[in-house]
Design a protein around this ligand. Sequence first.
Ligand SMILES: Cc1cc2nc3c(=O)[nH]c(=O)nc-3n(C[C@H](O)[C@H](O)[C@H](O)COP(=O)(O)O)c2cc1C
Length: 205
Amino acid sequence: MIIDPAKMDFRDLHHLLAGSIVPRPIALVSTRGENGVDNVAPLSSINIACVKPPMLSFSLSTRRRKGGEKKDTLRNIEFAKEFVVNVPVVESIAAAMNKAGAEYPDHVSEFAETGLTPVKADLVAASMVLESPVNFECRLVQISEFGEHPSISSLIVGEIVRAHIKDEFFANGEPQTNKMRAIGRLLEPYCRTSEIFEFDVEYTL
Ligand SMILES: Cc1cc2nc3c(=O)[nH]c(=O)nc-3n(C[C@H](O)[C@H](O)[C@H](O)COP(=O)(O)O)c2cc1C
């Protein structure tokens, strides 16, 4: 099968991409906007943008069916220029994460709706998610916009200015990833990381 992306509509392109780029990591990105309400959204476009300085990136799409309305996370980041990336999503908060993906009015906090616990961050106003093994406090570096109204994607890049990791998940100078029970995302379903394997080959960074 050969596919010409130029002939595909938004939905089919989304399925082609999200069904092929798998499994995707999931972050809970927490923000606080002009109204002071704590917001949390799950995003599976999260990835490492740069190691030194440490930078993360993720993309936020506009709400196409709502005439290209911006998501609260984007509006809050545009306003505050900072956010927290809470990772990974672990099995114990999978249901809360999925619930946080629903659409809530901007005066409603997803912390209250999902039962996730907000914790004060050190350097940014946005709250951290207590249940996440790692919290990265980030300052906005840049926003790049792609696509056309009403389906615009804003690629956010932020620099990590402080990292928090729970003691139980840190040993020998590094995160104990296989203790975390992280989950990932396929097209729509989720997957576990309980079955892992490795090769005995060195590679250079
Ligand atoms: C697992 C998962 C991954 C998601 N990844 C993204 C993403 O990468 N980008 C995006 O714009 N929306 C993504 N969404 C949808 C947003 O979480 C959803 O639109 C949410 O309502 C945004 O909330 P906000 O308006 O509070 O920012 C994802 C949803 C789920 C459940």
